[in-house]
Design a protein. Structure first.
Length: 105
């Protein structure tokens, strides 16, 4: 799965392996703590990534949502849901990033 990871991210992990491992552990624990299934968790995280305008997180969560069984239509709906709270430019940018991941698949 490292084929999608940016060099700066890989470099950070290599420079601070203990921090990266702690972050990975925290992320696992947070994902497993609540009642949401993996598919729903990934769709929620995608929505947060869209709202924060994080291209890398949008792309990553699209891939993870697809792997967890989400459909392209569900993913696009999550992006559309951000329209009234995050604005048209944010949604259009996120929709482009989603389309690039879907096309690559």
């Amino acid at each position: 799965m490292t084929d999608h990871l940016p060099d700066v991210y890989l470099g950070f992990r290599a420079r601070f392996p203990a921090v990266a491992a702690a972050h990975d552990g925290l992320a696992r624990e947070v994902d497993q703590t609540g009642p949401l299934d993996e598919r729903t968790t990934r769709l929620v995280k995608l929505g947060m990534a869209v709202a924060s305008q994080s291209q890398g997180a949008v792309r990553s969560n699209v891939r993870k949502a697809l792997d967890a069984g989400a459909s392209p239509e569900e993913i696009e709906h999550v992006v559309l849901l951000a329209l009234t709270s995050s604005g048209f430019p944010t949604v259009v940018a996120a929709w482009q990033w989603v389309q690039e991941v879907l096309t690559a698949r």
